[in-house]
Design a protein around this ligand. Structure first.
Ligand code: ASP
Ligand code: MG
Length: 443
């Protein structure tokens, strides 16, 4: 069995949704289809929630009305016969009635999550209505019946495995299942979600739970590119990546994949294929435990909004326990550290969550001078770089030899070199790395 996940743009219009149906019938193996909300919907639902949080109920109702009309229009073009259209319209009306009734309650975080869940609930129901009209047998598996997060917001894979197994055995003759990405129940049994972009994570968790033969993530770009196509002109899709490389790239800025979504697939050793609905014949990117052939540097990604923190203290000299005390402060404020470099009297590290920056700074000042640099970017160079292979770091640094580098982290793993620069140099850095590494190597 395979898992096929389609993102928001893949179901972004009735025509796109028709194309998704074509794609799934072309796949001979049985499958669970995971759908995102129609593109733009989750953002609109966020806007509705924000208006309600600001006590602007009329504004919220106005946005709901507009979205309702958009969906009625969608249904009208998605479905062909009058009976199917009437059913589709009923589905849409029911969800919008629910949304309107939510505006009458006192707004809180639970209502917000219920509002945010409507996008995936709608897209999957409409897709099933279309499959039915096309006489394609399919069963809708409600994600809330098997996706759950615990009190630490961590997915409960055992629960998913148990529940999904039970559900699938009830429908042994069925080969197409449809479910919602992103949404789940939480430890209080209330509707919750896996954070924005979380449908990829759903697909990976479902794939791991059923030990799928493959997880396919269908988007609107033909795989993971070797560099950011929005910034660099000549990029190309990377044919093969290892799980570790893909995880680094997703975490450090490649927007195509939710950063957590590699873990479950890697744990269950299930290959993940990134494919393009607009160009289904393109090979895309295959992420697996094998990784790629002999290319030493595979891809580059960049993550903005990074803050560098330097703590300088002569007390660090020859002392032990110093780093632990520093790290404890970050732990206390639940702030992850990405990069770290040390010298005998100073340590520099980076964070991307600045929520508690002031409080962290205050506490760090007890240990020495603290210097903070905001608006930085981590450029992450990923590949297969065992330490014995000489010259890789040189190649990277040479490519950007006139760009001021704030930190370099090399040797943490054999998969990546991370470079911290002021964000003003990001475009130049990515372009130079592209020209001097990928295009020189390619000829
Ligand atoms: N619809 C959700 C979002 O826009 C989840 C997803 O599409 O992955 O974030
Ligand atoms: Mg996405």
């Amino acid at each position: 069995m395979k898992v096929l996940k389609f993102g928001g743009t893949s179901v972004g219009s009735p025509e796109r949704m028709h194309a998704v149906a074509e794609l799934i019938i072309r796949e001979p193996e049985a499958k669970i289809v995971v759908l995102s909300a129609v593109s733009g919907t989750t953002n609109t639902l966020v806007n509705i929630s924000m208006a309600l949080a600001d006590q602007q109920k009329d504004k919220a109702l106005g946005i709901i009305e507009q979205l309702h009309q958009d969906y009625l229009h969608y249904v009208d073009h998605l479905l062909n016969n009058e009976e199917a259209k009437a059913t589709g319209k009923e589905v849409v009306d029911a969800h919008f009635a629910a949304l309107r009734s939510m505006t009458r309650e006192d707004f809180n975080a639970d209502i917000e999550k219920e509002i945010l869940a409507q996008g995936e609930l709608l897209s999957t129901k409409l897709f099933c209505a279309y499959l039915k009209e096309q006489h394609i047998q399919a069963v809708l598996l409600p994600a809330l019946d098997f996706m759950r997060i615990d009190e630490h917001n961590e997915p409960d894979l055992d629960h998913t495995e148990e529940q999904l197994k039970a559900l699938l055995t009830q429908h042994q003759e069925v080969s197409v299942f449809v479910t919602q990405g992103y949404i789940c129940l939480n430890s209080q049994n209330r509707i919750d979600n896996l954070q924005r972009g979380g449908s990829d994570y759903t697909a990976s968790l479902v794939g791991a739970a059923i030990r799928a033969s493959e997880i396919q993530i269908w988007t609107d770009i033909d795989g993971m590119h070797n560099n950011d196509p929005r910034i660099v002109k000549r990029t190309f899709p990377v044919a093969k990546l290892s799980f570790d490389e893909a995880a680094e790239l997703a975490y450090f800025g490649a927007k195509i994949l939710h950063p957590s979504s590699i873990r479950p697939a890697q744990w269950a050793n299930i290959p993940v294929r990134l494919l393009n609905t607009m160009k289904p014949e393109a090979p895309g990117t295959l992420i697996s435990s094998h990784g790629h052939d002999d290319r030493e540097i595979t891809a580059v990604a960049a993550k903005d909004g990074i803050t560098a923190i330097k703590i300088k203290s002569s007390r660090m000299l020859l002392a032990y326990g110093f780093l632990r005390k520093i790290f404890e402060i970050f732990e206390k404020y639940k702030t992850p550290i990405d990069l770290i470099t040390t010298s005998e009297v100073a340590v520099s590290l980076t964070i991307d969550n600045q929520t508690h920056l002031e409080a962290i700074k205050k506490e760090l000042e007890a240990f020495g001078d603290v210097e903070i640099n905001q608006n930085h970017t981590i450029v992450c160079v990923v590949g297969n770089m065992p330490f014995r292979k000489v010259g890789i770091l040189k190649k990277v640094i040479n490519a950007i030899d006139d760009i001021p580098i704030r930190m370099v982290s090399y040797g943490g793993s054999k998969f990546n070199i991370s470079i911290l620069i002021d964000s003003q140099y990001k475009n130049e850095t990515l372009n130079r790395l592209n020209e001097k590494i990928f295009f020189v190597e390619k000829v």
